[in-house]
Design a protein around this ligand. Structure first.
Ligand SMILES: [Zn+2]
Length: 321
């Protein structure tokens, strides 16, 4: 029964998951060959990013040399977002669109068919994706879901260093006149990311090994778990917030929380916390909210990628240590 439900959940996710075609014809997942944009005197490269997280990293590398728009509003859930035509206005006349890739931006396939010929660059190009959930493969689906990969690469800081490299290369190809600026910005930001990665490793050392078990709203922290020594033991939504868990799955989740003595359930700002609240209430554990798919607004403490990671790590360490 559980297997059937998981399988259905995966099908639902896959149905909304097709990667956008690069309109310039650079096959699935491949970065299109970019040639310099025709920029007039004083004209800036017009750049669009899908999520606020991708947008922040693009802004760090592009600095003042680019004119950046971000498609998703603060707090939007990438998995269930449906753009309005006005949201897509930024795409017309853009020189490049940066996406997270790996199936995260399910909405783009429809959107891009109506906006013409924009090169699409996946910032995650070259990152080796992990399977969405290892235990699903153990249940006999191995080989059936080759495209079923975990898109939440940014929870491992080293993957964002790969983003920086991809963004720098794309911006430099489109705007060679500012290549040295992009290289300097990228190098400075990479040093900040290295410091962030070291800080996280230092912080999580406060959490005893037996407490390093995460119960999150959906499987968002797989790369984080792999890098920083945690295990994602269970999630409220088995695959994505786009597919609701059954009552039986919720009961199994609550049993897991009791069995392992998990002290907290982590909700996320981009998804209605109703189910996570119910699970926390039923099991008598803390509910802690993390920033997963969107940065926070002004004053949130999660206004940038680095601030968001610091916020999340502090909250996780506080809840589990
Ligand atoms: Zn997600």
């Amino acid at each position: 029964m559980r297997r059937a439900i998981l399988f259905l959940g995966v099908l639902v996710l896959l149905a909304g998951c097709a990667r956008p075609q690069a309109p310039s014809g650079g096959g699935e997942g491949a970065t299109p060959a970019l040639s310099p944009a025709a920029l007039g005197a004083g004209e800036k490269l017009r750049v669009v990013a899908t999520t606020t997280i991708v947008g922040d990293v693009v802004a760090q590398v592009g600095g003042d040399a680019i004119q950046l728009s971000v498609l998703l509003p603060l707090g939007a859930d990438t998995h269930t977002y449906e753009p309005r035509p006005s949201d897509l206005a930024a795409l017309s006349g853009a020189h490049v669109l940066f996406i997270n890739g790996l199936g995260l931006e399910a909405f783009l396939e429809r959107a891009l068919s109506s906006v013409g010929d924009i090169p699409v660059v996946s910032v995650s190009e070259g990152i080796r994706p992990r399977a969405l959930e290892a235990h699903e493969h153990e249940e006999g689906h191995e080989g059936e879901h080759e495209h079923e990969v975990d898109p939440h690469v940014w929870t491992d800081v080293r993957n964002v260093m790969v983003w920086v490299e991809n963004i720098q290369q794309a911006l430099s190809a489109l705007d060679p006149g500012n290549a040295s600026l992009y290289a300097a910005n990228a190098a400075a930001y990479r040093r900040e990311l290295e410091a962030l990665d070291a800080w996280i490793l230092e912080q999580v050392a406060q959490v005893p090994l037996q407490n390093r078990k995460l119960v999150t709203n959906h499987p968002t922290f797989g790369y984080f778990a792999d890098r920083y020594g945690f295990e994602q033991v269970a999630t409220v939504y088995p695959v994505s917030p786009a597919s609701e868990p059954s009552a039986r799955e919720i009961a199994e989740l609550e049993e897991t929380i009791r069995q392992f003595g998990i002290p907290a359930v982590f909700a996320e700002t981009t998804v209605n916390p109703k189910l996570a609240e119910q699970v926390a209430r039923d099991t008598g554990v803390r509910l802690v909210t993390l920033y997963t798919h969107s940065l926070g607004g002004p004053g949130s403490g999660a206004e940038s990628y680095i601030a968001m990671m610091r916020y999340n790590v502090a909250a996780i360490v506080d809840a589990l240590k």
